[in-house]
Design a protein around this ligand. Structure first.
Ligand SMILES: NC(=O)c1ccc[n+]([C@@H]2O[C@H](COP(=O)([O-])OP(=O)(O)OC[C@H]3O[C@@H](n4cnc5c(N)ncnc54)[C@H](O)[C@@H]3O)[C@@H](O)[C@H]2O)c1
Length: 328
């Protein structure tokens, strides 16, 4: 049996594949290795994954012929963990089309590929906390309406949830969407806060602090994100449970402990032993001021329990960052 992991050269895909391989699974990883950020980081992650149970195919998920050929050639495939996407809220202002191509068309192709897998067990796919958009009620709950996206990225992720649900309804396809809340940790993304702040502080450059620091994020350590992802995949959505009438579920995977942005910066400053020069800037279009995950249903159904504190997680990230960049 093998599991298909899309976006395997990305931050969460890499860690998820590594954890699956560590417990003896066979993983077929796909990624188009796009240059949204430095592809050397993606190549370096792939190099870490080299193991007998791992196969990599460079492939665009929107390329349906190639994907269906891959599925037809791998009869031992049973499940899909779909993490490939064009990520990033700010990037979607300047590059809207890639969000439709990769996120919406790509997810449709993945669903069609799932229908072609004979012994299919489960699709687990990445959604995002950004679907909560302009919602004011905190913490964000999966029972809340999510009809107010404030970025195209958020709209694309919500669309994926709706399309997945329609496939569950039409074809009985078990699918679970995971609304991730700001993942961080070793091998993280260069466009996200932990990396950007660390990089700037070490280079004695000012850091850009949006909404003049009046922001909070439910930063979630990567090992907790991966544990929740694999727990969801191990427990395919069924018909039994809750008000949902099709085998489709959505969960929040967050730390359930939002950090004020200025406190988050202070944790990085302490870990680096340096003080940041802060450039206070207005709110960016597409951003939300605060994210805070209600994780009750993830706890109940998946046994999800975030374990890593922000201090411990940032210390691990900075140790990795220095090692990766050969900084003493
Ligand atoms: N990191 C977070 O905090 C966070 C938060 C919410 C949601 N998510 C979602 O989780 C998933 C993984 O995010 P990540 O942080 O690992 O991002 P990432 O950018 O590091 O990884 C995504 C990977 O997908 C690949 N990819 C993109 N488009 C593709 C395509 N059309 N075909 C094949 N491969 C393609 C990229 O090359 C990349 O390696 C994404 O769906 C993202 O939207 C992440």
């Amino acid at each position: 049996m093998s599991i298909l992991v899309t976006g395997v050269a990305g931050f969460i895909g890499f860690h998820t594949a590594r954890a699956l391989l560590a417990r003896g699974e066979r993983v077929i990883g796909i990624d188009n290795l796009n240059d949204y950020y430095d592809t050397r980081l993606k190549e370096a992650r792939l190099a870490e994954l080299k193991a007998p149970g791992f196969t990599f195919c460079k492939l665009d998920i929107a390329d349906r012929d190639s994907l269906f050929t891959l599925v037809a050639a791998n009869k031992d495939l049973t499940g899909i963990i779909h993490l490939a996407a064009q990520a990033g809220v700010r990037h979607s202002l300047a590059n809207p089309y890639s969000y439709i191509d990769s996120n919406i068309m790509g997810t449709l192709v993945i669903l069609e590929a799932a229908r072609r897998i004979e012994r299919f067990t489960a699709l687990t796919y990445a959604s995002s906390s950004s679907v909560y958009g302009a919602n004011k009620k905190q913490p964000f709950s999966v029972a809340d309406p999510v009809n107010k996206p404030v970025s195209l990225y958020a709209a694309s992720k919500r669309s994926c949830e709706l399309i997945a649900r329609s496939y569950s309804h039409l074809y009985g396809l078990p699918a679970t969407g995971l609304r991730y809340f700001t993942a961080y940790g070793p091998w993280g993304r260069p466009d996200m806060a932990a990396w950007l702040f660390t990089e700037a502080i070490l280079a004695d450059q000012p850091i850009r602090v949006f909404n003049e620091g009046h922001m909070a994020r439910d930063f979630t350590y990567i090992d907790d994100i991966v544990a929740g992802t694999i727990a969801a995949h191990d427990r395919p959505a069924t018909l039994a449970g809750g008000e949902e009438t099709v085998p489709h579920r959505v969960y929040n995977l967050g730390n359930h402990k939002p950090e004020k942005l200025l406190d988050f910066i202070a944790v990085i400053e302490r870990a680096l032993g340096r003080t940041a020069e802060k450039q206070l800037l207005p709110m960016q279009p597409g951003d939300v001021a605060e994210s805070f995950a209600d994780i009750d249903t993830a706890r109940r159904d998946l046994g999800f329990e975030p374990k890593i504190s922000i201090e411990e997680g940032i210390a691990r990230f900075i140790a990795w960052y220095k090692h990766y960049h050969k900084i003493n």
